[in-house]
Design a protein around this ligand. Sequence first.
Ligand code: ATP
Ligand code: MG
Length: 360
Amino acid sequence: MSILDKNKVEHYNGISTLNNHSILKRGVRTMKYKVEVLTGIRPTNDLTIANYLGAVMPIIELQAQGISPVVFVADLHALTDNEPATIRQYIYGVVADYIALGVDPQKANIYLQSDIIGEVTTLTTLLSRHISVAELLRVPTLKDKLKANTRPETANTLLFLYPILMAADILLNRARKVPVGEDQLAHIEVTRLLARRFNKKYGEVFPIPDVLQVKPLRILSLKGEGKMSKTNPNGAIFLTDNLKTVARKIKSAETAFEMIVNEKLKSHILIAGKLAKTESEREEVDAIIQEHKTGKPVMGRFKQLFIRIVQNFLAEFQGKRAEIMRDPSYIPSVLEKGAKIARENAIETLQEVKRVLWLT
Ligand code: ATP
Ligand code: MG
């Protein structure tokens, strides 16, 4: 139809688009938040305790308060710097990790990002025209990657589009809160910026998402080389590490000289405090750190306690994970159910986006 065909111009909220002074602007159905909390993890390796603390633990706490989270396996994001065959091999593992960490498939929705690839890539394209090349080049995560292991000449464009792809995930779900580690904060800012720009131009299509934590975590590599990452195994504690490996990794971790509490030690204290199962273990951590501050050489004792806390946590987790992996049809069935719900939700959002862009 012609966009100027008066007879076919629709009415929303009782307002005709033609009376709205802009003949080209279509009336908007203001969209509401659909998902309270959304998080995603790239299937690039087994998960680390940093992934748990930064992205999964906050949603387990919300789930306990009756909120139903949505979690997804970000296989399209993984494609930026991994081979498809590698990604394939980690997908079910990430789902098993989520569930063993406490995401309850009865309450939460768990889906695979590529199961809604059409919706995700369509919205990525439609959002792309609302951000400039210069703005994307300023995103700190891209700048870091370009410095660390790739150059603009060799970096693929999917890496460049990463923040827009992430915005598409969040906005398709119409998520209110996104728990992320500190490393992803800039991406959430891009999401908010894109949503605001889009809304300003076409009407309030997207509810604006926010980060969940007031102060997102940054868990450091045990080796002190930047943040802990699952693709940098040297300084990472994986949830699937065997208990001896964990002890070895912690023993060789860098700490701090007496009286000094540097960023590395702060990160160890944070991990120990968050993974401790009991209040008395947390008090033990505090007591040792107090002694350290007064100049006593207690880092050996601290490491012993740190190892015990992490091993206890991992032993319980690994027992649950093994249980989940016993039934091979369980995970595909969880993902199938997840895809259905995610698709319905995404289609609903995308329909409105396309409508205001006169694409339907
Ligand atoms: P990769 O090396 O593949 O990028 P990663 O460990 O950075 O792996 P992602 O899949 O990129 O993990 O991120 C999953 C979630 O874990 C994100 O919400 C991210 O913010 C969080 N996260 C990752 N690393 C840390 C960290 N060191 N501290 C806190 N949160 C983190
Ligand atoms: Mg990452």
